[in-house]
Design a protein around this ligand. Structure first.
Ligand SMILES: [Zn+2]
Ligand SMILES: [Zn+2]
Length: 251
């Protein structure tokens, strides 16, 4: 019980600390960068295809430099990035759209710290834009018929799952779309039960790392609802990703 309480306090502290980044994310999300053909997207989902091409949405989002700069400042303000590193990045000529596209297509974390920071900042911007496009597309339609393991909006994989005794909801790592699945086992290959699936509990975080030994995929899963914004939940559980990736697993 004590550790649960301590974990709650720790996650609240992190949520407080990240508030400026969550705020900028909301501002970018509410801005006018996203142009998406909602009717076309909905028709595509209803015929079993993904709604939009994430790269096109991002490439068509206009000048992303102001959003990138504001987000970088929030990183500095929260102490998520050190001032010298932020200063270095500010002096570097950057193409915000290219960075956001690199984030959207990335499957590995770069070793270079400056590049890593740039991609993390770009990730907040890209996620804000894609989650806006996804919300516009899916508001008012049911995603219940969508039973696939990839996102109905952008086609990416889920990184988080919320489980109750009767259902499992998947959340897209890239655009935050949530959809339900009947799949209880591995979302990569369908394997279920031990020894294929290993569940590593992390009670301190309230998450489980579900690892598939058959295909090498992993998923961060928790019981019940989220406590914080997705951005905070992902930061809170970043250590689980590191642990999984050190074992050679992929999301
Ligand atoms: Zn998505
Ligand atoms: Zn698998």
């Amino acid at each position: 019980m004590v550790s649960t309480r301590r974990a709650t306090v720790a996650s609240r502290t992190l949520a407080d600390q990240l508030r400026p980044i969550v705020h900028v994310h909301g501002v970018v999300r509410a801005g006018d960068n996203v142009r998406v053909d909602v009717e076309r997207g909905r028709a595509r989902i209803q015929s079993g295809r993904i709604a939009f091409d994430a790269a096109s949405v991002l490439a068509d989002a206009g000048d992303l430099a102001p959003a990138f700069e504001r987000t970088l400042e929030a990183f500095e303000q929260t102490g998520t990035a050190s001032t010298p590193r932020v200063t270095t990045l500010k002096k570097t000529p950057i193409d915000a759209t290219a960075l956001v596209l690199a984030w959207a297509n990335t499957d590995s974390t770069p070793r270079d710290p400056a590049r890593r920071l740039a991609l993390r900042v770009a990730g907040v911007v890209g996620n804000a834009l894609l989650s806006r496009a996804a919300t516009e597309t899916t508001t008012g339609i049911s995603l219940i018929p969508w039973k696939r393991a990839h996102c109905p909006c952008c086609g990416a994989s889920p990184d988080l799952a919320l489980a109750t005794s009767s259902r499992r909801t998947l959340i897209c790592w890239r655009c935050d779309t949530r959809w339900r699945t009947d799949q209880r086992g591995c979302i990569g290959c369908g394997a279920s039960g031990s020894p294929a699936i290993v569940r590593v509990p992390s009670p301190y975080l309230g998450y489980e790392l579900a690892i598939c030994n058959s295909c090498g995929r992993y998923l961060k899963e928790r019981r019940g609802a989220l406590t914080h914004e997705l951005l905070v939940e992902r930061t809170l559980t970043a250590g689980l990703d590191e642990a999984a990736q050190l074992r050679g697993l992929r999301a």
